[in-house]
Design a protein around this ligand. Structure first.
Ligand code: ADP
Ligand code: MG
Length: 248
């Protein structure tokens, strides 16, 4: 078998003795789309924090293309090809959609106004491609702050893709979105898999069903089960964990 692209082995994270993750082992293969679900506090965001270098594991290994990521800075891990969209999309609210994307494709993030004017044609083409890809071309000159929740999420995803990461980690991409925006977001994410390896963290079960990807369930920092959604949903342990939750 080929080596997994990204691998967590026996990872634990303790915050002053409280274990946000306990002995978590999980692999991601190249081009794969994987959904991660679990109730609030399950450790989903911490799982991303460990991969992206925001939090250092107390124990265990995290490897990307066979090399350890533990101890590397967030910037370095991002440069290695792991991109992340935070729960709250980080876009420059005061800049237009176009400027946000120009900045994202620009290799020099400082003094960008000056540098953007010198963006090579290939980068400008990429900005146009991304803007059409996420359906924001009609909003090129709109300030990001005036976009709907869904449009902001799509802009955040587009700025992430602009940096050409091999792995995309998406934390709650449909929180606060309308049903229609949620369906469009699922289509968008599915179209990114293959070219990218994608991890999606979500609560929304309808959305998880639309993604049609293998599901991993986290609970109290541990991997509860993995498998197709229907199998996972029928698992009595999963049902118990979700009892009393209004998500589904
Ligand atoms: P989820 O994203 O699944 O809702 P989190 O990964 O955000 O869960 O959190 C898992 C648990 O770890 C929660 O109980 C949370 O309060 C705790 N936690 C997360 N980050 C920290 C931190 N920096 N310090 C202390 N506790 C934390
Ligand atoms: Mg979270």
């Amino acid at each position: 078998m080929t080596q997994p692209l990204l691998e967590l082995h026996d990872v634990s994270v303790s915050f002053d003795g409280f274990y946000a993750l306990t002995d978590l082992s999980l692999t991601l293969n190249k081009g794969e789309l994987k959904s991660i679900i679990g109730p609030n506090g399950a450790g989903k965001t911490t799982f991303l924090d460990v991969i992206t270098g925001k939090v250092r594991p107390t124990k265990g290994t995290v490897t990307f293309r066979g090399k350890s990521l533990v101890g590397l800075s967030e910037q370095r891990i991002s440069r290695e090809g792991i991109g992340r969209k935070f729960q709250t999309p980080r876009v420059f609210e005061n800049l237009t959609v176009l400027r946000n994307l120009e900045l994202a494709v620009s290799p020099h993030k400082s003094a960008f106004n000056l540098l953007i004017d010198k963006l090579p044609t290939s980068a400008k083409d990429e900005v146009q491609r991304l803007m059409h890809y996420v359906g924001l071309a009609p909003f090129a000159t709109t300030r990001a702050g005036s976009l709907s929740h869904g449009q902001k999420q799509w802009l955040a995803i587009a700025t992430l893709v602009a940096q050409a990461p091999e792995v995309l980690l998406l934390d709650e991409p449909v929180a606060g979105l309308t049903d229609e925006e949620t369906v469009r977001t699922a289509e968008l994410i599915k179209s990114l898999a293959g070219d990218h390896t994608v991890v999606v963290i979500e609560h929304d079960m309808e959305f998880i069903r639309d993604l049609n990807a293998p599901v991993t369930v986290l609970h109290q920092g541990q991997l509860l089960t993995e498998g197709p959604l229907e199998q996972v949903k029928a698992d009595p342990r999963v049902i118990e964990v979700y009892l009393g939750q209004s998500d589904d």
